[in-house]
Design a protein around this ligand. Structure first.
Ligand code: XIL
Length: 362
């Protein structure tokens, strides 16, 4: 009997009698496959994850430890230790690090949030970017230089940086990063920039940076979407339009929520919180087959699209390793049980994982 290769892979894997092909191997030569991790994983306290990460991924993004509130807790104090450990871990395991992030309106240190005077904010901005970007130049592969600077309508978000430094702060952030980190790739990262209005805002931003003669190497579309409702047409248009600007396109925080959305819009704005109410947490005892299948087919549709444009896409990063560590268990409603990733709470590959791998052998 002849069995098609994808079917064989699924059969063998489900029975656990052979090694499942790894994500990074399946897509080698197409794009890097990454995941967001945190100190539990880099310090290898979690043995299952310690085995899984180097086998499955060739890129990683620190989920929190390189954000300003952790890296720069006081005006004249930096906390490099967790990031140094992460960099060493990645080097030992031959994994590329995308550092996340230099300038973002959220997870800011308290001293900065309280700052009123524009000159002090400017001094923070210059010191923060210069100190951190130069320390990790040549150690990390890339930086999300600016994260989430846009509103849904494509205008600039009214962050402390816009208010105190004015609309050129984004160009300035890239200029400072370019000087401090000449060997590091520099990216703009945001959610919903596949949507037409916000996409137009991102394109204008990238063009403005380029017109100033400042280097920007890529754009990260975060990719926090919903199972069964992935905006494929908008994503495809974005891949084409962003890559026409001569920059790398990446999907940097991919996860597909399977839970009800409390709102009629899709957001990854960490500042937005919704109250829990009846019906909002339906799968505390496990994900039904129908929802598991929908997640698998949503991921397969997405990866088929990615593969069609593989020459334009440099990296796909999942926002987490396994369902248990996903931020979507607490966003936008705290304490739910979500299943947005290709690995389950026991680090076992889900149907979604096999569906993703199978897109390589249609
Ligand atoms: C999230 C982390 O996953 C959480 O652990 C943290 O509490 C809040 O931030 N967009 C981003 C990420 O760029 O940094 C956010 O990460 C998710 C949305």
């Amino acid at each position: 009997m002849r069995i098609a290769l994808p079917a064989l892979i699924v059969l063998v894997s489900l029975h656990g009698s052979a090694q499942t092909p790894a994500l990074k191997e399946a897509f080698r030569g197409d794009f890097l496959i990454g995941a967001a991790i945190n100190t539990r994983q880099t310090e290898e306290k979690d043995t299952a994850a310690a085995r899984l990460i180097p086998r499955q991924f060739d890129a990683l993004t620190p989920e929190n430890i390189m954000k300003a509130e952790i890296m720069h807790p006081a005006w004249d104090r930096y906390n490099f230790d967790p990031a140094d450990k992460l960099v060493a871990y990645a080097q030992r395991n031959h994994i590329k690090v995308n550092a996340h992030n230099l300038i973002w309106h959220s997870q800011l240190p308290t001293f900065l949030r309280r700052m009123q005077d524009a000159d002090s904010v400017r001094a923070y901005f210059v010191n923060h970017i210069t100190t951190i970007a130069s320390r990790y130049d040549g150690q990390v592969y890339s930086w999300d230089v600016v994260n989430e600077a846009l509103n849904e309508d494509g205008t600039l978000r009214n962050s402390i940086f816009l208010k105190k430094l004015g609309p050129d702060y984004i160009v300035e952030a890239f200029r400072l990063a370019q000087k401090a980190a000449p060997h590091t790739r520099l990216y703009y990262n945001d959610y919903n920039i596949e949507q037409p209005k916000k996409r137009a805002g991102a394109i204008a931003l990238i063009k403005k940076i380029q017109a100033a003669g400042v280097r920007i190497d890529g754009v990260g579309i975060q990719g926090h979407w919903k199972s069964g409702n992935v905006p494929l047409a908008a994503i495809e248009a974005s891949i084409l339009e962003f890559s026409a600007l001569g920059v790398e396109v990446m999907f940097t925080e991919l996860d597909l929520s399977v839970l009800p959305n409390p709102w009629d819009h899709n957001t990854a704005d960490v500042g937005q919180v919704a109250a829990n109410r009846a019906g909002m947490n339906p799968y505390t005892n496990g994900l039904p087959d129908s929802a598991q299948d929908l997640l698998a087919s949503s991921y397969a549709d997405l990866f088929r699209l990615f593969l069609r444009h593989k020459g334009k896409i440099s990296r796909i990063t999942f926002w987490g390793i396994d369902d248990g560590m996903s931020w979507l268990n607490d966003f936008p409603i705290r304490g739910r049980t979500n299943y947005p990733l290709p690995f389950d709470r026991n680090y076992q590959p889900k149907k979604a994982y096999f569906a993703i791998i199978a897109t390589k052998n249609p």
